[in-house]
Design a protein around this ligand. Structure first.
Ligand code: 28F
Length: 183
């Protein structure tokens, strides 16, 4: 019901949701570069942006790191209406929990607040707490995900569909650099 189906379009819709979050960060004038990597198995992807990084601080009321809430709560967007973070007008982070729920594996890496942070998930549930990995200069968000083969009819991304979609986005958003690689 969130992605419109479990066919090839629904599968690629997962990627569009993640890329949209990076584009939102561009629209917030906080990112100017997005990298999409289709891994050689054709079943998994990594998307990175050089934005502010999804916040990792503990949400005062929910007592969990914001990153975990965004990735595990459907419609988490509403929980942050305005008090803690301003929103750019997009759905900023809302689609991430859907992608996570429909992924056999998802790894979120955030560069922010002087460190690299990482948290892993399986079918939308955390398999680790958020971990401070190491000191890091720079900022951004990286999401690796592999859609759940028990949900999608066939988990095989099309590099041509991806290339076309990213090209469309690049024409719409001047000043945004989008890199697409397959490895
Ligand atoms: C590869 C996918 O998802 N990028 C994102 C941000 C940045 C912020 C953010 C995202 C927090 C509470 C909404 C940071 N600092 N790429 C991404 N980059 N989400 S998703 O915030 C989400 C808000 O609710 C961000 C200050 N404000 C916003």
């Amino acid at each position: 019901m969130y992605i419109g189906g479990v066919d090839v379009r629904g599968l690629h819709h997962l990627l569009w949701e993640i890329v949209d979050n990076s584009v939102d960060e561009y629209l917030a004038e906080a990112a100017d570069r997005i990298t999409v990597t289709l891994h050689k198995d054709g079943e998994s992807l990594t998307v990175s942006d050089n934005g502010r990084g999804i916040p990792v601080d503990k949400h005062p009321k929910l007592k969990k790191p914001t990153l975990e809430i965004i990735l595990t709560t459907l419609h988490a967007g509403g929980k942050f209406s305005d008090k803690n973070y301003a929103r750019s007008g997009g759905l900023h982070g809302v689609g991430s929990s859907v992608v996570n729920a429909l992924s056999d594996e998802l790894v979120a890496t955030v560069h922010r607040d002087g460190h690299e942070w990482m948290q892993r998930f399986k079918r939308g549930k955390p398999t680790t707490d958020i971990k401070k990995v190491k000191p890091f200069r720079g900022h951004g968000t990286t999401i690796f995900f592999r859609p759940d083969a028990e949900i999608f009819r066939r988990v095989q991304f099309s590099s041509e569909l991806i290339r076309q979609h990213l090209e469309d986005i690049s024409y719409i958003h001047g000043g945004l650099t989008i890199v697409f690689t397959t490895t």
